[in-house]
Design a protein around this ligand. Structure first.
Ligand code: 13P
Ligand code: SF4
Length: 402
């Protein structure tokens, strides 16, 4: 049985203003998109008009034909939150950690087309060789959480912290951040983490420092520190652009974790009421959430982990298993369709896709691939050499941790 959403399902319309409301009807294998969705996904288009009016079948044909022409020169990476119409063309799919490893390992490919968001493409550029080129099909595909940590604000925070604290502080940035912040961590004895290795990375940081500055996702920072046995009292939230992040000096001096005031608008929606509701209505359900969810949701869930862990748990579970999943809806929908012998429900009755991941539409993929076939590289993501050097230091520290 495939049940994706509860009968009362509504549609999320609080996506960023420049995207507009996304209306999607999700019903297991028959998920249907309203005609308006495509237009909305293409709002910021800088692509030739003909790609906007091409049929889905024509777009698929162009993409497949370009893949055949480019052969081993091309690798297409797809994050788990990408829509099915993109994932079907990806050579590999994964979470941000797995995709960064793949980008580092695919030396044969001249072009890495990254179907994900901007910070992922930047990391791929940093980790791949200088002869490779990374392409993000739609340059408008960013991450609202990554934007919550602006480099100037992090520098200001660091200046304030290091001028008042004598003990070593280790900066840790979540993968969901600008390349310049990864470089900041590389230069300052810090490291990058993803949702799949945050526990190991925080251990690494605490072996080297007495305090950790964690940005931009307060929830991943808090959930991971709690997993390591720390208490809520060991953490303080840093509010950017407020003196000492909004604290007295004594509070900052006493704390172990300084957590940036950042969050993911998709994962912040999940609530304890939703977890209770699925437990009452789906006997035997296992609740599996992403660690970007709030602490109380993670506490009530059976398990939390990266998108790759969510895929693994559900795929490896026996037929008849019942899962309620707290993560982005394209992934939940795909899991439901690919596991018809299991019951898979979204924890949130209000469907809220990641609006920036959604900006990678097949029209953009077809366009960037057609351009490559014609010998032109469009939408290249190229990080400058100094940023690359230091961001690579922080990323390689992360890749060395198992
Ligand atoms: P993963 O690394 O778990 O794929 O998460 C990336 C992300 O952006 C989650 O919102
Ligand atoms: Fe960023 Fe949230 Fe989208 Fe992940 S789901 S890419 S954290 S906005």
């Amino acid at each position: 049985m495939v049940t994706l959403v509860r009968p009362s399902s509504k549609v999320c319309n609080d996506t960023p203003a420049n995207v507009g409301p996304i209306t999607i009807q999700w019903r297991g294998a028959d998920s249907a998109r309203t005609p308006g969705v495509r237009a909305l996904a293409l709002t910021d288009a800088q692509i030739p008009d003909r790609y906007l009016t091409m049929s889905d079948a024509d777009l698929d044909r162009r993409i497949e034909s370009a893949r055949r022409t480019l052969g081993s020169d091309l690798v297409i990476l797809g994050h788990h939150y990408q829509r099915d119409e993109i994932i079907k063309h990806a050579d590999f799919r994964g979470d941000s950690f797995k995709l960064s490893q793949l980008a580092a390992d695919r030396a044969a490919a001249k072009y890495i087309v990254f179907c994900g968001v901007h910070f992922m493409a930047e990391s791929a550029d940093i980790l791949s060789s200088p002869s490779q080129q990374v392409i993000l099909p739609n340059l408008e595909a960013g991450c609202s959480m990554a934007n919550m940590a602006q480099p100037d604000d992090v520098e200001q925070c660091w200046t304030e912290l290091t001028s008042m604290i004598d003990q070593p502080i280790v900066p840790v940035t979540y993968m969901n951040s600008a390349a310049s912040l990864k470089a900041f961590c590389g230069r300052n004895g810090g490291i990058v983490c993803t949702s799949s290795n945050a526990v190991g990375v925080l251990r690494w940081a605490l072996e080297r420092g007495k305090k950790v500055l964690f940005f931009p996702d307060q929830h991943l920072g808090r959930n991971t520190a709690l997993r390591l046995g720390y208490r809520q009292d060991d953490m303080q939230i840093w509010t950017p652009r407020r003196a000492l992040g909004g604290h007295e000096a004594a509070e900052i001096q006493a704390t172990t974790f300084i957590l940036w005031l950042g969050w993911c608008s998709v994962h912040a929606r999940f609530s304890t009421e939703q977890v209770r509701w699925v437990r009452e209505n789906y006997p035997g359900v296992r609740v599996l959430v992403h660690p970007e969810c709030k602490r109380e949701v993670v506490d009530l869930a059976d398990e939390s982990g990266s998108t790759e862990l969510i895929v693994k748990r559900v795929s490896e579970s026996p037929p008849g298993s019942v899962w309620a999943i707290g993560t982005e809806i394209n992934l939940v929908s795909r899991l439901a369709n690919e596991n018809p012998d299991k019951t898979i429900v979204s924890l949130d009755p209000v469907i809220c896709p990641c609006s920036t991941m959604y900006r990678i539409h097949p029209s953009y993929l077809a366009w960037v691939l057609d351009e490559l076939v014609d010998g032109r590289v469009v939408n290249r993501i190229a990080v400058d050499p100094d940023t690359t050097r230091w961001a690579r230091v922080a990323l390689e520290r992360m890749l060395a941790i198992q």
